[in-house]
Design a protein around this ligand. Structure first.
Ligand code: ADP
Ligand code: MG
Length: 640
């Protein structure tokens, strides 16, 4: 007993009290409440009907493996650890008679304070995400338990009581026993002095979960992914796994099932991956990597930015399970492993932040992954489309944020166009293959939906020439296309711009139009009437389905960028759009006559045409202008 007191003082300074020795007794055996969120989580976990509750074994083995990885790194980097003679292994004990299951490891263990934090709060990532997701989704907890894995607490799916005995790697730490029935809280006691380093989790199985103490059941569950654990696993004295790091193997020697099981293990999920890439290189850097794309975007349900989930290894030793700068931000949806023997083992988090080798690794892998997607698009268009529906925003983010890869990424873009059926997607490569002989540029149009864009008068001039126009309908697409500028040497042009250059029409419409003198008179009068509002007023074949269109002036800021500036509270520069009149429109022809006969009515009619054109273009700053003009025009017409 004399040894325990000073250790307690080291472990729990905030509880050490000089007043009475019995304080130590309270410390040694104390009752604690779970954090509210943990109680909520446990309530869900315990009461959910969950047919695949065997995932709790995966979660506990995964925690054991994490703890061992962390210890191995300490060992290899020369840190002093408790009980260095202990083997690094996972020991599973199934006791059918007493209906218990124990999963023990000789990993880093936990101090008393760590136990309080890690097993009493939701300080760690997986569980927090689960709770957030529960708030957002209509689906039942079982789907989400499968999707996220609720980590340690999933033990309570099968347990009446869980007893965790743990000794930290820190040589002076006191071993502790944590016991809970998963209801309100837990108790903490000191563990005997001879407790080995690491963590042992004893599960007293629920009545309906006694099968988890059967050696065959366990062998089956653990067998599914035990080969992906980097340490030996014993089950009732029998050694049950061959340690292998599948990312170090030759692609040809790994089966699809093995990839899928590996993904399920590292991704804490029951769903198969959508696609994966296994990549190895010997030069210029030794690299081995397996990267998986989850079936659904981790940001799909709207719960914010996901965290990167690609671990960094150096020759099978885990250096960091979630390094922040390993891959570019837009690849944060990936799950997997990157291993490079060229990295120093004792690389610190700070060094990882700014390491030129890591930057090169990132560049190589990103390039290969983009290539992987390109090949997928070629070989399995349906699967690529599935990918696109889930991950288009990430690819677009990549185009906007990475100069280096944006040309390659532009090949991955998919969109609808004037030549596709609604709902069918096309690519720039296909677009280019369909370009007309006299067509120089790639034409695009932005808007809220295909239905809206199909009726846009901007299409008139392109349709008349038989040119295809790409539809971009996601918020932010303007930025994406702006940052592309060129695709395969072809400029990408927004067809709502005034400076769009088009080849002359081969055949002129046979409807009568304004002659040059009429056109000049009309445009001169409109310019004068609306003073400074427009940078240019013209008569043009850019429009045939409406009387007039508003075109973005050369120096104008696009409606999307304007909306963005406004939202950011930044000053929005004044626009000076151009107005183009359709010389074949009967309304425009009437306007040209009216202007000499009844200037007041002509002004109202012109106001109606230009404001409607601005509205269609998303450039009408104040809709009241159009409403007031309509009202005045109607009054004038009715009083006539
Ligand atoms: P996660 O693994 O996502 O962090 P868990 O709920 O599985 O979440 O585990 C919570 C935390 O408890 C872990 O991050 C770890 O710090 C600690 N922990 C759980 N099991 C062990 C173990 N066997 N050895 C050491 N620490 C553990
Ligand atoms: Mg875990």
């Amino acid at each position: 007993m004399h040894e325990i007191m000073p250790r307690n003082k080291i472990d729990l300074p905030r509880f050490t009290c000089k007043i009475a020795p019995n304080i130590t007794l309270i410390m040694a055996n104390s009752t604690h409440q779970f954090q509210t969120e943990v109680r909520q989580l446990l309530d869900i976990v315990i009461h959910a009907f969950y047919s695949d509750r065997e995932v709790f074994v995966r979660e506990l083995v995964s925690n054991a493996s994490d703890a061992l990885e962390k210890l191995r790194l300490k060992q290899l980097t020369g840190t002093a650890i408790a009980n260095p003679e202990q083997d690094l292994r996972i020991t599973i004990t199934a006791d059918e008679e007493n209906h218990t299951l124990t999963i023990a490891d000789s990993g880093i263990g936990m101090t008393r304070e760590e136990v309080v934090e890690y097993l009493g709060t939701i300080a760690h990532s997986g569980t927090k995400k689960f709770l957030e997701a529960m708030k957002e989704t209509q689906s039942g907890p079982q789907d989400l338990i499968g999707q996220f894995g609720v980590g340690f607490y999933s033990a309570f799916m099968a347990a009446d009581e869980v007893v965790v005995t743990t000794r930290s790697w820190q040589p002076e730490a006191q071993a502790v026993v944590w016991t809970s029935d998963g209801q309100d809280g837990y108790t903490l006691e000191d563990a005997p002095a001879d407790t080995p380093r690491g963590t042992s989790i004893l599960i007293k199985l629920k009545e309906d979960a006694h099968n988890f103490a059967q050696i065959n059941t366990l062998r089956y569950i653990v067998g599914k992914y035990s080969n992906f654990v980097g340490f030996p696993i014993d089950c009732n004295g029998e050694h049950i796994n061959t340690v292998q790091a599948i990312w170090m193997k030759n692609k040809k020697d790994v089966t699809n099932e093995e990839y899928e099981e590996f993904y399920k293990f590292i991704g804490h999920t029951d769903a198969a991956p959508l696609t994966w890439m296994h990549f190895s290189a010997d030069a210029p850097i030794v690299l081995n990597s397996v990267l998986f794309v989850p079936q659904e975007s981790p940001e799909a349900l709207g719960f914010g930015r996901c965290e990167p989930n690609v671990s960094l290894y150096c020759h099978k030793v885990l250096i960091d399970s979630k390094p922040e700068n390993l891959l570019p931000e837009w690849l944060r949806f990936l799950t997997g492993v990157v291993d490079s023997e060229d990295l120093p083992l004792n690389i610190s988090r700070e060094m990882l932040q700014d390491n030129s080798l890591l930057r090169r690794i990132s560049g190589i892998i990103t390039k290969r992954f983009i290539k992987h997607l390109e090949t997928l698009a070629k070989d399995d268009a349906d699967k690529y489309e599935k990918f696109w529906l889930q991950y288009s925003r990430f690819i677009k983010e990549g185009i906007v944020t990475s100069w280096e890869h944006k040309d390659a990424l532009s090949k991955l873009l998919r969109f609808e166009s004037t030549f596709t059926e609604p709902g069918k997607l096309t690519s720039f490569a296909d677009y280019i293959s369909r370009m007309k002989e006299n067509q120089k540029d790639i034409y695009v149009l932005f808007g809220a939906s295909r239905a809206q864009l199909e009726h846009s008068p901007y299409l008139d001039a392109l349709k008349a020439r038989g040119f295809e126009v790409c539809f971009f309908t996601d918020g932010g697409d303007q930025f994406v296309v702006d940052s592309l500028h060129k695709v395969e040497d072809k400029e990408v042009k927004s067809i709502d711009r005034a400076n769009l250059e088009l080849p002359p029409l081969e055949c002129q419409p046979d409807r009568p139009g304004l002659d040059d003198a009429q056109a000049e008179k009309l445009t001169g009068w409109v310019s004068a009437t609306f003073a400074d509002a427009f940078s240019k007023v013209s008569v043009s074949d850019r429009v045939s389905s409406a009387p007039a269109i508003a075109l973005q002036g050369e120096k104008d800021v696009s409606p999307e960028v304007r909306a963005y500036l406004k939202a950011m509270g930044q000053p929005v520069p004044e626009n000076h759009p151009e107005i183009a009149f359709n010389p074949h429109s009967p309304i425009v022809q009437k306007l040209a006559e009216l202007q000499a006969e009844d200037e007041e009515l002509a002004t109202l009619l012109a106001g109606q045409l230009v404001n409607t054109a601005l509205l269609r273009a998303g450039m009408l700053e104040d809709p009241a202008k159009l409403a007031d003009n309509s009202q005045a025009l109607l009054e004038k017409l009715l009083n006539k």
